[in-house]
Design a protein around this ligand. Structure first.
Ligand code: GRF
Length: 202
């Protein structure tokens, strides 16, 4: 069974690229059926176009409420009948108006360990905490998004990254992204393997 993935992005799309490459190589039994970005200028949309995947710029309309945006987004995503919705560098909080349409099927990537540095700039905040001597490691996690909690759902995959002496933020960030690309694909592989008969959403 080839799982149908809809991927939501907001920027560069390097994690999307890792998924696209794994699908193309056959290491991930899935197909990206659509990519949505709330930022029309996101380079990740270009990555989707190059892979022949529908690339949908989906900005919030002027005056549109968060709930109305999420309902409109849910309708558009549902039309692609996803088995899973992957948040890969997606930078908007989603309400239950969206999440409620895909129970147990929304998966998020967050560049920090469970329970640490929720929200934006997690990599930079972890690095600063290390420099203050508060932590000696950070990491990456992939988790379900059952509700409106920020980066707090049931953990599906996690990998620790120990800081290296005198490491620069740029060097640390590069290592984080390498772990993200690998952990995200591995975790999606595991999810699909456990859920042999992925029910497409009607
Ligand atoms: C990644 O660290 C992701 O976890 C965060 O945004 C960064 C860029 O991701 N949310 P991508 O290159 O757009 O996939």
């Amino acid at each position: 069974m080839t799982a149908r993935l809809v991927v939501l992005i907001s920027g560069n799309g390097s994690n999307l690229q890792a998924i696209l490459d794994a699908c193309a190589e056959g290491t991930l039994p899935a197909r990206v059926v659509a990519v949505f970005s709330n930022k029309p200028e996101a380079f990740g949309l270009e990555r989707a176009r190059r892979a022949g995947v529908p690339a949908i710029a989906f900005p919030k309309r002027d005056g549109e409420s968060r709930a109305d945006y999420d309902l409109r987004l849910a309708e558009a995503v549902t039309s692609f009948r996803p088995d899973y919705v992957i948040l890969a560098g997606w930078m908007r909080l989603l309400t239950m108006a969206f999440l409620g349409r895909f129970p147990q099927r929304v998966v998020n990537l967050h560049p920090a360990l469970p329970g640490t540095f929720p929200g934006v700039h997690a990599i930079e905040r972890a690095y600063a905490a290390w420099q203050r001597g508060e932590i000696d490691r950070s990491g990456v996690m992939v988790h379900l998004v059952p509700d409106e909690g920020v980066d707090s759902g049931p953990v599906l995959g996690v990998e620790e990254i120990r800081f290296r002496p005198a490491e620069t933020l740029e060097a640390f960030e590069a290592r984080v992204h390498e772990v993200e690309h690998r952990l995200l694909v591995k975790t999606i592989q595991e999810i699909i393997a456990k859920d042999a008969n992925c029910p497409n959403f009607s």
